[in-house]
Design a protein around this ligand. Structure first.
Ligand code: URA
Length: 220
């Protein structure tokens, strides 16, 4: 696989631990949800490195002046959770980026055709120049949802070079499509898995992330 975009798989025991919890089919929904919160937190931590708009300044300690680095609170920043499953990463991301605006995008895929349609779009008509956008999409499977999301964002003025994606599991096919259409992207994922089954699920993956996070799994 030759990719132009950059994919980071953090080599961090907390990321690996919570991925293992999320993958385990015996993990109950309430713990699955906690695992996704933690993955949202640590993947956001990794994604925000060299991306947050830091400024050099000085602060006065009780003893002397000290050089300091602070986040520019005026720099526009947005979180875009891709519903439903992306909501499970939101809490962890918001703890690190509390000043970011959150714009919800609801996408659903037809389980037969695997085509994606949008049922909720709370994106602004236009993003301010230089807006840093973090997309929360746990499963990069066929690539259809994330490509639709990126198209919606770039139509509204978002700069792909300032967009970062956090996902829990990514498939090579999704990464390939993203790389062809958005080579400037940076993606942070806990794991790249082998591929997809004939129903478009990532293998070994973790199953249906939305159903597991919201307790709506039905036995087949
Ligand atoms: N969506 C999921 O929730 N899981 C997959 O494996 C693929 C898409």
């Amino acid at each position: 696989m030759t990719l132009q975009l950059r994919v980071y798989v953090p080599d961090h025991p907390l990321v690996k631990h919570w991925l293992a919890v999320a993958r385990d089919r015996d993990t109950p929904s309430v713990l699955f949800k906690s695992a996704m919160v933690e993955l949202g937190r640590w993947l956001t931590y990794e994604a925000s490195r060299y991306w947050l708009p830091a400024q050099e300044t000085t602060v006065q300690t009780p003893l002397a002046e000290a050089p300091a680095t602070v986040i520019d609170p005026t720099a526009p920043m947005a979180l875009v959770p891709v519903l439903r499953a992306g909501l499970s990463l939101l809490e962890g991301a918001q703890t690190l980026l509390p000043l970011a605006a959150t714009y919800h995008l609801g996408l659903v895929r037809n389980e037969e055709t695997l085509e994606v349609s949008c049922y909720l779009n709370k994106l602004p008509p236009q993003f301010a120049p230089q807006t840093r956008i973090l997309i929360l999409e746990p499963m990069l499977a066929t690539g259809a949802s994330i490509l639709m999301t990126l198209n919606e964002l770039t139509q509204r003025g978002a700069d792909p070079a300032l967009i970062r994606i956090i996902s829990v599991v990514a498939s090579p096919v999704a990464l390939q499509k993203l790389s062809e259409q958005y080579p400037q992207l940076n993606i942070y994922t806990a794991m790249i898995d082998e591929g997809l089954n004939d129903r478009g699920y990532i293998v070994p993956g973790l199953g249906d992330a939305g159903d597991r996070a919201f307790g709506t799994l039905t036995s087949e």
